[in-house]
Ligand binder design. Structure first.
Ligand code: ZN
Ligand code: FE
Length: 289
């Protein structure tokens, strides 16, 4: 999406005279500019992150999930935004628990998975894999990323290069398999791994430091992981979030996206094994880490 920038008349006049004009340079710059989708991160409960996303051009504001009501309302007040949408990733209470109260208060539209509609309180719009949902001036591409739950979805905004993935993919981790199979989760994670490296990964929990300890236990040879782990320790020591991360960083360091790693396979005694098997063993070990 392009941002409409109207130039003052003097600059516009100059641009007609000068070849390498401000106007032309500005236009060129405009085309490259990432569409503005403002994100406001909200720490909730003990380790959840809620997110407000806001399109300044149309004024729409969504909360990604509803882990809590009061912090979401406080964030809305702080930003001066009015809640128009709830975009749910899955039905768990720390993601949809505040749906009905927020809907009652704001009369907002609730978007959620078609395949989990019965468990999304107050759902209005049902979406599924590869559907697009128009949020103000931005298009969200929906992925079914079942595994943690059946009907878990993620919202990807290509023009803003942002992914909201709930409890499917975490920084250095992935969601526990409460309902889906390892094969299903691996299929889901591959959809996210296929996104551009620069995509911001906005996951729903601050689990990164514990995830790093596990990741190092299964792939200690990974230099990128070692470095990232040090950076995470530093951020946490200063009380700062480690989220968002990026798809590129996750592909380089997250063991759940790396079943093809020869080191990881060797450390699990699964050299040359099927990738689903490697993923499943990694997940099993994390469950009892
Ligand atoms: Zn969950
Ligand atoms: Fe959760």
């Amino acid at each position: 999406m392009k941002m409409a920038i109207s130039l003052p008349p003097t600059k516009r006049a100059e641009s007609h005279r000068e070849k390498n004009s401000y106007h032309l340079r500005q236009r060129k710059l405009t085309v490259k500019t990432m569409a503005t989708l403002e994100v406001h991160q909200i720490p909730c409960l003990s380790d959840n992150y809620g997110y407000l996303i806001h399109d300044p051009e149309t004024g729409v504001t969504a909360t990604i999930d509803t882990p809590e009501v009061a912090p979401v309302n406080a964030a809305l007040a702080e930003k001066g935004w009015e809640l128009t949408h709830i975009l749910n990733t899955h039905h768990h209470f720390d993601h949809a628990g505040g749906n009905l109260e927020l809907k009652k208060q704001w009369n907002c539209l609730i978007v959620g998975s078609r395949d989990d509609a019965d468990r999304i309180p107050g759902i209005d719009v049902k979406v599924g894999d590869r559907d697009t949902y128009q949020f103000g001036g931005h298009e969200a591409l929906v992925f079914d990323v079942s595994g943690h739950t059946i009907g878990h979805i993620a919202y990807y905004f290509p023009d803003a290069e942002k992914l909201f993935c709930g409890d499917a993919l975490f920084a250095l981790g992935c969601g526990r398999l409460f309902e889906g199979s390892p094969a299903q989760m691996w299929t889901s994670l591959q959809k996210l791994a296929a996104l551009p490296d620069a995509t911001g990964v906005y996951c729903a929990h601050e689990y990164t430091q514990a995830n790093a300890a596990f990741a190092l236990s299964v792939e200690p040879q990974n230099n990128d992981l070692q470095q990232r782990s040090r950076e995470i320790d530093d951020l946490r020591a200063r009380g700062l979030p480690t989220v968002p991360s990026s798809i590129g960083l996750e592909k380089a360091t997250n063991p759940f996206l790396r079943p093809m790693s020869k080191d990881l396979q060797a450390n699990l005694n699964l050299q040359g094994a099927d990738l689903v098997e490697v993923f499943a063993e990694t997940r099993r070990r994390k469950d009892s880490f």
